[in-house]
Ligand binder design. Structure first.
Ligand SMILES: [Zn+2]
Length: 377
């Protein structure tokens, strides 16, 4: 539970479902409760006030269950003290730029006046990683959870905290308020987004439940691909594009600096080396772990994997097979890295020039120095 200072001033964001008819009997549903959820956003503290509605007929099945606003999940994950924008920002700093947890912690405080403990940030990082890896999506467990659900409502959202960088696309299912999966993409090309829509369709098929609606901000690519992959299914526009608006000032601020990256792309020979450097850098900067999984051990394991991967590449080279074995990079530490070589190149460059507001000395570039960091605790 996050403790807010008493004098925190929140911007109030009231939300209510856009579908007021009782799903069982069709009566107009009444407001029966409010749920308050204070969060940090990059734009300052916000209090989400969700109006919950239910069917007024006490004999109806819809009386004992409340309906939450669809937009609630578009602003923040339940029980987190941060909105999606901060969540995506943290994930991007950790996995795209390989900042350490203390660096993220400091930057959030200095630049956004967001005070989060290292533990909290670590928890978000783990959630972000899990979301991208879709590790919690065990089909049997999902089938169990969805056993009593009659139909599915899906939503897709793209959140880009900074222009020119990857966008976190999140596919959610609204009747159980569950994040199905997320993907970090540098491109917003229709065909790449279509894959997410197709994946959602596969999941619905596996659950053997009908999809009765889609909700998105109606970006052209979503309109097109959802119409094609889900013919005849209603696609609603979500008015609450709160986060996109919240992220605007930040977009403008960083637009100029990201332009500089494009020119600095290294040649293809350097790419492989940079991929490895990026991975190693990520490993050295990792502050994750605890008593049961000390960072030093994790680091040793991950570095071992890098060595094995390099060895595999060398052997392939000897055998005349020129292969860029990027899949051989250590799994635990490279999850969430952008997939395309272009994206990797960009992030590799970016990590050297990032964070103009931070002093150079906080960047971890010397492996010898960092080796000591990992073995502490
Ligand atoms: Zn009813």
């Amino acid at each position: 539970m996050y403790l807010w200072p008493k004098d925190t001033s929140f911007r109030r964001l009231e939300l209510i479902t856009e579908h007021r008819d009782c799903p069982t009997c069709g009566r107009f549903m009444h407001i029966c409760d409010h749920r308050h959820h204070p969060i940090h956003t990059l734009e300052g503290p916000v209090e989400i006030v969700s109006k919950l509605v239910h069917c007024p007929d006490s004999a109806c099945k819809g009386h004992s269950t409340t309906v939450s606003p669809e937009a609630e999940l578009q602003v923040a994950l339940p029980y987190l003290a941060v909105g999606w924008d901060v969540f995506a920002w943290i994930g991007q700093r950790r996995f795209g730029r390989h900042w350490s947890i203390p660096e993220i912690c400091r930057e959030l405080q200095e630049r956004y006046q967001i005070h989060l403990s290292a533990d909290a940030i670590e928890e978000y990082v783990v959630r972000y990683e899990v979301m991208l890896a879709a590790r919690q999506q065990d089909p049997e467990r999902m089938a169990q959870e969805y056993r009593d659900v009659e139909s599915l409502i899906l939503s897709i959202d793209g959140l880009q905290p900074e222009k020119g960088h990857e966008t976190l696309y999140v596919v959610r299912e609204l009747s159980l308020k569950r994040v199905w999966f997320a993907q970090s993409l540098i491109s917003s090309a229709t065909e790449e987004l279509r894959l997410l829509v197709i994946q959602a369709r596969e999941w619905a098929k596996r659950l053997e439940k009908p999809v009765v609606g889609w909700i998105s901000d109606k970006q052209e690519a979503f309109v097109k691909t959802i119409a094609e992959e889900f013919p005849g299914i209603p696609h609603a526009y979500c008015k609450n594009h709160f986060l996109r608006d919240a992220a605007k000032p930040m977009l403008e601020e960083t637009a100029a600096s990201s332009k500089a990256d494009v020119a600095a792309a290294p040649d293809s020979a350097g790419e492989v080396v940079l991929d490895y450097c990026t991975a190693v850098r990520g490993i050295l900067n990792s502050d994750q772990g605890g008593y049961l999984s000390p960072p030093g051990l994790r680091m040793a394991e991950a570095l071992g994997e890098v060595r094995a991967s390099l060895q595999r590449n060398l052997e392939m080279e000897k055998g005349g097979l020129r292969t860029r074995n990027s899949t051989g990079l250590p799994g635990a530490s490279t999850k969430g890295l952008p997939r395309s070589p272009r994206a990797k190149r960009r992030f590799a460059c970016r990590s050297r020039t990032s964070a103009p507001s931070r002093p150079r000395s906080t960047q971890k570039t010397a492996p010898q120095k960092d080796a000591g960091r990992g073995s502490r605790s």
